[in-house]
Design a protein around this ligand. Structure first.
Ligand code: 5RP
Length: 244
């Protein structure tokens, strides 16, 4: 097993321990989630799960997890997913597997969204590619309007399970919130892979044989003046001049 695989597994194990009997659980997509699914199943809890991709659904069913259709589940207690990039301020890029639209919907439905990554996913600042799912109807015209913000390439992969075309924005990211707003504002775009820190509860980072758990809810508390601070995120920004 490579170091990255070991880190994914250890992060997955930490996340599986956060799940409690009777919970509704969102299952992400990717190689890190592939470690999470069997570890979760091995706990033998009574769970109702939703899956963000056919691949995850098949893997979960295989180890005996109960999968429900997300169209009938209004609220999840917890969702666990990987990420392609994690910035120091908690912004993520997701969608390396083209599942970011479903992954964002599942994360948004969850009271607690836990991101599990190996340490190679920590980056000083988000960078391209940023995945973008686009409606097939009007694709050429949507891509032309998207290209006004930066180069975009259609990915050579099958359509998403919802029929969307998977593309990658290849221009500079800069301020992720501003880019997210611009890309989201292009008619025909279904969703992009920029995940804001508000969506994230915790990030579990595998580091060698152990894992570090970073709580973004603590960071939000720290911004409100509470004392706790977050190792990955660093201390809260100083108040603007003139304010106590
Ligand atoms: C799929 C995703 C994955 O979570 C992301 O690509 C990370 O994958 P992996 O765990 O294989 O590194 O967003 O759409």
């Amino acid at each position: 097993m490579t170091t990255a695989e070991q880190e994914k597994r250890v992060a997955a194990e930490v996340a599986a321990d956060l799940v409690e009997d009777g919970m509704t659980v969102g299952l992400g997509t990717g190689s890190t989630v592939a470690f999470f699914v069997p570890v979760l199943a091995a706990r033998g809890l009574d769970l109702r799960c939703v899956a963000t991709s056919p691949r995850t659904e098949a893997a979960a069913r295989e180890v005996g997890l109960r999968i429900e259709r997300f169209s009938t589940v209004a609220h999840l207690d917890i969702a666990v997913d990987g990420a392609d990039q994690v910035a120091p301020d908690g912004w993520l890029v997701k969608g390396g597997g083209g599942a970011h639209t479903r992954e964002k919907l599942v994360a948004a439905a969850a009271a607690r969204f836990v991101v599990i990554v190996d340490s190679t996913k920590l980056v000083p600042a988000l960078r391209p590619p940023v995945p973008v799912e686009v409606l097939p109807f009007g694709l050429a015209s949507t891509l032309r309007r998207l290209a006004a913000h930066g180069p975009v390439r259609r990915r050579d992969v099958p359509r998403s399970p919802d029929g969307g075309v998977i593309c990658d924005y290849l221009g500079p990211v800069g301020d992720p919130r501003a880019l997210a707003r611009k890309v989201r504002g292009v008619l025909g775009v279904v969703e992009h892979g920029l995940f804001p820190p508000e969506l994230v509860s915790e990030i579990v980072v595998g580091r060698g044989a152990s894992a570090e758990r970073l709580d973004l809810r603590d960071l939000r508390g720290a911004r409100r003046g509470e004392k706790r601070q977050n190792a990955l995120i660093g201390p809260p920004a100083p108040p603007p001049p003139g304010r106590p």
